[in-house]
Design a protein around this ligand. Structure first.
Ligand code: GAP
Length: 417
């Protein structure tokens, strides 16, 4: 449908699509952003560990979301619910009925398959028959596939303690887990990933207006953090794609190099499906008393649900640049630059003394001690000049000073401010 904000946009600066993904994945590995989990044992497919720069970047993505959704608003509060919940939650939510896909494992080749795909068949690799289901149903607890259910079951308690009136929201960031059959494309689709989910509770009848509001807000978030318009679009789910709880869903999609358009975030109108289902199953009244209208009702829920890892991947891809830079000898060399938004940049400033002389090092450390209290900063005396390097939107402020002096401190103070 016609929701694309930049229909007909060109690609990214003419770079071949396959190369860009390879370049970003390889940079991520080289620079400690993300690398394969359990690598010394040959790695585990679709599991990734974030390295020193990656964890800073990921924290900054989460911080930017929390700031925009919770900190700057008086109508939204945050929670942090448990990953493992009562199995009754998943019975009530409909996930057990709709999504439970028991896995079977071939005892010979240890490949895993969905039981319903393999019934009566043989494991393709070894030719052995299915052997054993993975779960002992009597003692089963589940790793959550979405953070949202923790929010729904806590709805009444959070509303009471926060004394918020509808419309208001509850936000949560946390790990979710899914039996993805085709994980892959680096951190795009994993079995263990992190979500940033907002459940926004509104009066029935106002839900469609609030849905439009949140679609626009969430799209703006990516653009404000530097993602180019032409690489973003909105796509509405077809009726046969809708989740069992949704009346309407619109995805924010990014022009990923490997799939043309891929989902970054789903913004769903979940109606009153979840609160009603949990009220029925638990027997606890989850209606809201609207004092203004003197009425009791189940609020409708508008849910912007984003993936931390996917947002991080889109920010990385969008920020990736290769440029020619002059060397000390006067030639030029290819340099890779991540033009990340300043709020996302893992390191905000670096102090790089030219030499390890007695005079320079204590001064450089003083500068570092001054700037590190403000943000994540780097100190590296492995050579290069006493420089202060600070990240800012789209470009870097850089100053090279060969000797310590008042200029440097003035600059450090300015940078801190
Ligand atoms: N509570 C609604 C919900 O979970 P979803 O569209 O299934 O909706 C929300 O998931 C977001 O979580 C997706 O838009 C995506 O960014 C992220 N996500 C979902 N599955 C993922 C996976 N296997 N790996 C990485 N991110 C995933």
């Amino acid at each position: 449908m016609g929701l694309t904000p930049a229909a007909g946009a060109t690609g990214r600066e003419g770079r071949p699509v396959a190369d860009l993904m390879e370049a970003v994945t390889s940079l991520a590995k080289r620079r400690g952003i993300a690398f394969q989990s359990s690598e010394i044992y040959g790695g585990l497919r679709s599991s990734w560990d974030y390295g020193p720069l990656g964890v800073e970047l990921k924290n900054n993505v989460k911080r930017a979301w929390w700031r925009s959704v919770v900190q700057l608003r008086e109508d939204i509060v945050g929670i942090d619910a448990a990953v493992i919940m009562s199995p009754k939650v998943w019975e009530a939510s409909g996930h057990l009925e709709v999504f439970a896909d028991p896995l079977v494992e071939c005892l010979n080749c240890h490949q895993r398959f969905r039981a319903d795909h393999l019934a009566g068949a043989k494991a393709p690799q070894s030719g052995h028959e299915e052997d054993e289901t993975m779960a002992d149903e009597a003692n089963a607890v589940y790793l959550r596939p979405e953070t949202a259910q923790g929010t729904f079951v806590d709805f009444a308690a959070v509303q009471q303690v926060s004394r918020k009136k509808v419309p208001f929201g509850i936000a949560q960031i946390g790990k979710s887990f899914r039996n993805e059959i085709t994980p892959g494309n680096f951190i795009f689709r994993m079995r263990e990933f992190e979500q940033m989910e907002l459940e926004f509770f509104v009066k029935p009848g106002t839900d469609e207006r609030w849905h439009e509001y949140w679609i626009a807000e969430r799209l703006r978030w990516y653009v404000d953090l530097g993602v180019r318009w032409e690489n973003l679009r909105l796509r509405q789910h077809e009726p046969d794609e809708l989740s069992h709880y949704a009346k309407r869903t619109v995805d924010v999609e990014y022009r990923f190099p490997f799939t043309e358009w891929g989902e970054l975030e789903g913004i769903a109108n979940r109606t009153d499906y979840d609160l009603k289902a949990h009220a029925e199953r638990s027997g606890v009244d989850l209606t809201y008393f609207d004092q203004d209208g003197d009425a009791r009702y189940f609020p409708f829920v508008i849910e912007p649900a984003a993936g931390v890892d996917r947002a991080l991947l889109a920010f990385l891809i969008d920020a990736y640049r290769e440029e020619e830079a002059p060397t000390a000898k006067g030639d030029s060399e290819k340099r890779v630059v991540l033009a990340l938004h300043k709020d996302l940049a893992p390191i905000k400033a670096a102090v790089l003394p030219l030499s390890r002389t007695e005079r320079l090092v204590p001064e450089a450390r003083r500068v570092f001690d001054l700037v590190k209290t403000g943000w994540m900063c780097d100190y590296d005396d492995a050579g290069g000049g006493l420089r202060l390097v600070g990240g800012s939107t789209g470009h870097r402020a850089r100053a090279r000073l060969h000797a310590p002096g008042p200029d440097l401190y003035r600059q450090a103070h300015r940078l801190r401010e």
